[in-house]
Design a protein around this ligand. Structure first.
Ligand code: PHE
Length: 337
């Protein structure tokens, strides 16, 4: 054999190898193709090696290098193909199509938050803006400026949570009335949502901490007719349709006259309609306007306060207020929107 013939046989083997290796899948097929190409005894490379001795002595060195290069190239192709096949089989093993999908949790707003947002939106349409005040209040804003006489029983230690001598957790959102009137000149129309605190037992109808929504409208020439019209319109927008409301007398030191508003609800439970009290309201007492620095001869106004938890309860026929605090997802998810 001449050197040229030998080198061309090497090139032929190098050219044939990739196609033969590319179809190998299983370990047995890899063993076969390896034997066929570079097997020690009968492979094509072994055949070439055997031919080395037939070459002239001065050509054996070049021929030996060429055959070694071909061997190295084939070994590398085999290793790469084996690694690729192994990696592909690993990913197929990891893909378990019988595994149940992971539950996706979709959060939702709390039913009381939904009620507050809805009421704020209705009053926004009626021209009200949002006002906020501190939950840690002074006796002046929580009681004194709201026309509570100094010895009023609502201020007793057993009724109110004091943080210090003069600081307490506000028992209602009405202090925001005074803070707003001190800060902004009439016309004022604000809605003040927020948390309030009372030394109440936690039972089916009371919670020691709960949300309130306060409303306040102050301007020249505001009358009880404005109060009735606005709150009636709110009830129709919130509860829907030709909703009936009624006002009855009630007492709060910071309004005169004071009233409560009931709304007629039908829960669709076959028990017919019934009246539910949803808020306290009244004309802002002149003493409150004066405490806030306003001339009570010039300005008048009305205010209301309601408990959105009570409203959520009447709307959904929820029997126990504690359900709204328990954070039981099975209960809360019924109201998810
Ligand atoms: N602040 C009163 C309460 O907590 C509610 C209220 C507000 C009544 C405004 C009249 C006017 O019970």
């Amino acid at each position: 054999m001449t050197l040229d013939e030998f080198l061309s046989a090497c090139r032929q083997l190098a050219a044939d190898a990739p196609a033969a290796i590319a179809v190998a899948q299983s370990p047995a097929e890899f063993a076969d193709v390896r034997t066929q190409l570079v097997g020690r005894k009968h492979g094509r490379l072994a055949d070439l090696m055997a031919q080395l001795t037939t070459l002239d002595a001065e050509h054996r060195r070049d021929a030996g290098r060429a055959v070694n290069d071909v061997k190295a190239a084939i070994e590398q192709l085999l290793a790469e193909r084996e690694a690729a096949v192994a990696a592909a089989s690993r990913t197929t093993d990891a893909l378990d199509l019988t595994m149940p999908s992971r539950a996706r949790w979709q959060g939702s707003l709390h039913p009381v938050t939904l009620v507050i947002d809805e009421i704020c939106e209705i009053f926004r349409e009626l021209g009200f803006t949002i006002a906020l005040g501190p939950e840690a209040e002074t006796e002046f804003y929580n009681f004194g400026a709201l026309n509570f006489p100094p010895d009023h029983p609502a201020m007793e230690l057993h009724d109110t949570l004091y943080l210090g001598k003069d600081t307490l957790l506000r028992t209602h959102t009405s202090p925001v009335q005074v803070r707003t009137l001190q800060q902004y000149a009439p016309p004022v129309r604000v809605l003040a949502p927020g948390n309030v605190y009372r030394r109440d037992f936690f039972d089916a109808t009371h919670a020691p901490s709960f949300m309130q929504l306060e409303g306040l409208a102050v301007d020249e020439g505001i009358s009880f007719a404005d109060l009735k019209a606005t709150l009636g319109e709110f009830a129709r927008r919130f509860y829907g349709g030709a909703r009936r409301v009624r006002f009855g007398p009630s007492y709060f030191p910071f309004v005169e006259p004071g009233a409560q508003m009931d709304v007629e609800v039908d829960l669709g439970d076959g028990k017919g309609t019934r009246w539910v009290e949803i808020l306290g309201c009244g004309m802002v007492h002149p003493n409150v306007l004066e405490a806030a620095g306003l001339d009570s001869e010039r300005y008048t106004g009305w205010a209301f306060g309601m408990g959105p938890a009570r409203i959520a309860m009447s709307r959904h026929d929820i029997p126990d207020i504690r359900l709204l605090y328990d954070s039981d997802v099975r209960f809360l998810e019924q109201f998810a929107r």
